[in-house]
Design a protein around this ligand. Structure first.
Ligand code: HDE
Length: 713
């Protein structure tokens, strides 16, 4: 049974509607003659109740909104396919991973967690990373994040975590931000969150693009092969464009200039044929190695370092089609970590186990019915037959008198599948235990991997973490919460805590104060379990650093460059840069004092893509000042000057050629410039190919963070 990439599109086509060259009708199919006026008693009289056209239109409008997702409300998605590049039948019998080149249609959705549906894309937050695989054996959902660990170890704390991070309940402030008292109050009392806190205070939480972030399954799952043997697995998505971030000041400015920045980036990349791509990798831990490590595989606040278990690539995902309709596809899609196919199973991770309940339950409120699986985007392309019946908005018309099993009147149908016929079976793990409401002693290391993460960062990345913590805790009003956090940070790294403390004008406390979880070790039963720091067998891991990440290769594919222009600009210089960028699959945009035509030095005209006012430096990856840009433009136009000042502040590449190089003296950073400033590419030549190439090579390095004052040098 081979999937085709197009299977899901074929399936969706029966629900698609297009009004081109069609009459306007009511929902009952009655052709409408006047859609602009209500039926009235006289032209100036009251409207009539019998106006079914008005009533239907207004009623439908009144009920257009559905509840947003309780978390991950803000998101964007796209269609695509998954292709096997390295079949793994020895690990799993999952049908979609069996053959080289096999493809499966997918729909992926990326999201922030805390903000509501209309909030900014650039919030400091974890990003959701969900992929629905429409396989021949039914739906498989990967429902992960762009960070490989989580804040809490047990599902029972999730409502508390979310209540703490969401806007505060008395005044609904702040939107899409963790920088407030209730979040840090909770975190400061939850030492188990410290590893995750290191990640969300790092630049992972402000990605440059959805297309430039990794995805992680977070929990340990199980693969089961045809023979019934099981292995533990961790799943990873590695982006082809590398893992990149923006600067925090930039993120905040983007939030104002274009809160749809990530949504638009994903949409435009796909429209332009720059299809986002990720590789799917697995870390495989043999069943017998379950207890081999200093961390518990069931603890979702831990990673398995790639130095201990390497990631094996098994396939790739390409997103190549935007949805036709945001609501019916991106909004109505319903993911569930419990949607698995034969060959994939769960571990006993207590966070995962709680999720297995939540995701169907939440759809009952959000989508309004247990029939949400019938919504086209959620519909399996594998046939579904069972004895479930009725409920709101049921679409399927089940024939016959039998809706129970076992039956004889229906000939026993639909019948159960043998395992050999593809029937799902759970891994028959042997469990012999007391029923307890306890936390395993093996979950008590709360700082070991937080240290590992911090130690794996470059000095620039460490500096960003300090600044993020100074910002977040600086927004906290309650002094005791800030101090409690400094205490926890000192368990990760004393220098880190001290540097954050300077920003807060506070002192790191010598003693920790927080409630502790109950342990279950025999000597500890019912007693209290102290959070620990367990020495890690790996002390530093390049895969945890975005700057050292071994999978990042320099590319500027799909990156955007602002080309600052005014009348008299050198046409040769602009054309030279635009062509060079195009060759590298990137794009240059003409930004000018006004829209319309920009007159060039060779009596030609360039079309302005944006005015200085309608775009902004923070929306581009680099800024180029071509020969011929008038000095008066920068001197008289703060908006134009801001392109350069912000680009410098956000450590982006700045290029200037010919006379334009002199314009840099107008900027606020002029006094800091030296002759060999990395990322500042200047030449007296005009329209030089070598200059354009140097500019492109520098862009491939993404950012020049060394420009910032570094707290760790
Ligand atoms: Fe979720 N989560 N979650 N979560 N989650 C939801 O389901 C929940 C957790 C994740 O694009 C909700 O349909 C509980 C971890 C993503 O539609 C809800 C717990 C991870 C998405 C829910 C967790 C995730 C959700 C809200 C702790 C990373 C968006 C709407 C026990 C591995 C999916 C919905 C999309 C969405 C519950 C923890 C990822 C309420 C109870 C850990 C990517 O069911």
């Amino acid at each position: 049974m081979k999937n085709s990439q197009d299977d899901k599109q074929r399936d969706l086509s029966v629900n698609k509607s297009d009004g081109t060259n069609k009459f306007l009708t009511t929902n009952q199919g009655i052709k409408i003659n006047d859609d602009n006026n209500t039926l009235k008693a006289g032209e100036r009289g009251p409207s009539l109740l019998e106006d079914f056209i008005l009533r239907e239109k207004i009623t439908h409008f009144d009920h257009e909104r559905i509840p947003e997702r309780v978390v991950h409300a803000r998101g964007s998605g796209a269609h695509g396919f998954f292709e096997v590049t390295n079949p793994i039948p020895e690990l799993t019998k999952a049908g979609f991973l069996q053959e080289m080149g096999q493809t499966t249609p997918v729909f992926a959705r990326f999201s922030t967690v805390a903000g509501s549906r209309g909030s900014t894309d650039l919030a400091r937050d974890v990003r959701g990373f969900s992929v629905k695989f429409y396989t021949q054996e039914g739906i498989y959902d990967f429902v992960g994040n762009n960070i490989p660990v989580f804040f809490i170890q047990d599902a029972s704390k999730f409502p508390d975590l979310v209540h703490a991070v969401k806007p505060e309940p008395h005044n609904e402030i702040p939107q899409a931000a963790s920088a407030h008292d209730t979040f840090w109050d909770f975190i400061s009392l939850m030492p188990e969150s410290m590893h995750m806190i290191m990640w969300v205070m790092s630049d992972r939480a402000i990605p440059r693009s959805y297309r430039m972030m990794e995805g992680f399954g977070v929990h340990t799952f199980r693969f089961i092969n045809e023979a019934g043997d099981s292995s533990f697995v961790k799943l990873h998505w590695k982006p082809k464009l590398g893992t990149h971030a923006v600067a925090w000041d930039e993120a905040q400015k983007i939030s104002g200039k274009n809160p749809d920045f990530h949504r638009q980036d994903l949409w435009e990349a796909i429209e332009m044929g720059n299809f986002p791509e990720w590789e799917l990798g697995v870390q495989v831990i043999p069943n017998e190695d379950e207890n081999k490590y200093e961390f518990d595989l069931l603890d979702p606040t831990k990673i398995v370092p790639e130095e201990l278990v390497p990631v094996t690539i098994v396939g790739r995902m390409v997103l190549n089609r935007n949805p036709d309709n945001f609501f019916t596809e991106t909004e109505q899609i319903a993911f569930h970590p419990g949607h698995v196919v034969p060959g994939i199973d769960f571990s006993n991770d207590p966070l995962l186990q709680g999720r297995l309940f939540s995701y169907t339950d939440t759809q009952l409120t959000r989508l309004g019915s247990p029939n949400f699986h019938e919504i086209p985007i959620n519909r399996s392309i594998a046939p579904t037959h069972n004895n479930q019946r009725d409920g709101h908005m049921r679409q399927e018309i089940n024939k016959g008198r039998v809706s129970y099993h076992p039956n004889s009147l229906g000939g026993g149908c639909p019948y159960q599948a043998q395992i050999s016929e593809g029937g799902f079976n759970s891994f028959p793990e042997r469990i012999e235990a007391h029923k307890v409401r306890e936390r395993s002693e093996s979950f008590s290391d709360h700082f070991g991997q937080a240290k590992l993460f911090f130690n794996s960062q470059t000095p620039e990345e460490k500096s960003h973490i300090v600044k993020a913590l100074r910002f977040e805790l600086g927004k906290v009003e309650t002094t005791a919460i800030r101090v409690r956090m400094l205490g926890l940070l000192s368990q990760v790294d004393t220098e880190l805590a001290e540097k954050v403390a300077i920003g807060l004008g506070a002192t790191v406390p010598s003693k920790l104060e927080f409630p502790v979880n109950k342990g279950v070790s025999p000597e500890n039963e019912g007693g209290e379990q102290e959070p620990k720091t367990v020495e890690q067998s790996v002390s530093s891991s390049d895969a945890l650093s975005m700057l050292k990440n071994p999978t990042n290769t320099p590319t500027i594919e799909s990156r955007k460059v602002a080309i600052l222009c005014s009348d008299g600009v050198s046409e040769a210089a602009v054309t030279n840069m635009k062509n060079a960028l195009k060759k590298a699959d990137a794009k240059g945009f003409v930004i000018a004092p006004h829209l319309g035509a920009v007159l060039t030095d060779s009596d030609g005209a360039l079309k302005a893509d944006f005015s200085f006012l309608t775009a902004s430096s923070v929306l581009f990856d680099a800024v180029y000042v071509p020969h011929g840009l008038g000095l008066s433009v920068l001197a008289e136009n703060d908006d134009a000057l801001e392109y350069l000042n912000d680009a410098y502040k956000h450590c982006k590449v700045i290029g200037a050629d010919g006379q334009a190089s002199e314009l840099l003296s107008e900027t606020t950073f002029a006094s800091k410039l030296t002759n060999d400033d990395a990322g500042i590419i200047v030449t007296s030549d005009v329209a030089s190919e070598a200059f354009a190439q140097e500019f492109i090579d520098a862009m491939g390095l993404h950012r020049f963070w060394q420009r910032e004052p570094n707290l760790y040098l």
